[in-house]
Write a protein that binds this ligand. Sequence first.
Ligand SMILES: *Cc1c(COP(=O)(O)O)cnc(C)c1O
Length: 427
Amino acid sequence: MDNLKQRYAELGITDKVYDFTQSVYRSLEDRFKKIDLTAEYNQLKVIDAMHKNRVSEACFMGSSGYGYNDLGRETLERVYADVFKTEDALVRPQITCGTHALALALMSNLRPGDELLSPVGKPYDTLEEVIGIRPSRGSLAEYGISYAQTDLMQDGSFDYDGIRKKINEKTRMVTIQRSKGYQTRPTLSVSDIGKLISFIKGIKSDIICMVDNCYGEFVETAEPSEVGADMVVGSLIKNPGGGLAPVGGYIAGKKECIDNAACRLTSPGLAKEVGASLNILQSFYQGLFLAPVVTSSALKSAIFAANIYQKLGFDVIPDADEERHDIIQSVILRSPEALCAFCEGIQKAAPVDGFVKPEPWDMPGYDSPVIMAAGAFVSGSSIELSADGPLKEPYAVYFQGGLTSPHGKLGIMMSLQSLVDKGIVRL
Ligand SMILES: *Cc1c(COP(=O)(O)O)cnc(C)c1O
């Protein structure tokens, strides 16, 4: 395929970068086949749920005003419930993002005097203000809901004794973050989450177990809701939106938990009955339909990146051979120049704003400048190819997404080309 090499050359990829990355890519074929099997399984799961719930063109019509009797919205929520094997689901454009979905699940299911426990260490940054770990207007803490935390052990395993000690008569809910997010701990497998939930319910059976499912959907063939989670929560501009959903979040789980969330999202008494879907539903359905394969593309890109950069002597988390439980890849680049060069390469591969050079900036809420590469059809979407990192030691870049695997591959090749062009990496 010499004309393929020529095509890459026209995008600035030199022979050396092409030959090196191509040989790494070829060495991953067996692993990619396994990922394809997971995608195939999950694709069947989604189609089966669509069949069972008789998805039809009428489901794309949408509603306006109050949004009573919105067939498409109600059917979509049943499809989500079937995909996640839960009693019910809330899937709405009015849930603005993942943080909102998580805040909603927490605030609607906890009452004053209750305690929330995180048995897996510090939760995602944005949840600190939701919970009130960092004092914040409207936090759970302001409503008299307390918070306890047990950190993971040094090796990333659960501190079972520590968790047991933290569970008391006030403990009403547990929050388990599946993805490592931007921490260095390992991501949890669905099976590990299942063991943790059984342990917790064995101590106090009425604890509500919520899983922050962000970045984890469709990476495995089972979801945490199949191993005991009472609620799984996530963002539609990550995996389950398949790159097509332009906004939204979901909560899937026990009927009572979803009823609580619906009453909080809209109003007591109105619950799930209102919420106009306008013209958004087709993108939610089609995005969910594509999500298993889109997630598999993102996974392949992450594994490709890990292998390329580990071979070049960089520390990568997860490492080149590790089993994957989410789509985030980090590479420790060790210098600000390398971090910026990597992000410039990813940006150059973007279908949107590919001509833009990303610059570090002082983002609110961060203690050092942050550089971000994103050229997405949906603003801020991180199922689309994106990379970012804070300009501080150890200069780690977090890389995720890629709606198609050729695009993810190109992004990684461009990132390496950029490092080579700047003399940071020699092949
Ligand atoms: C992205 C993410 C969130 C928050 O989602 P937003 O849509 O950015 O608000 C929460 N938890 C984890 C693990 C995430 O990856």
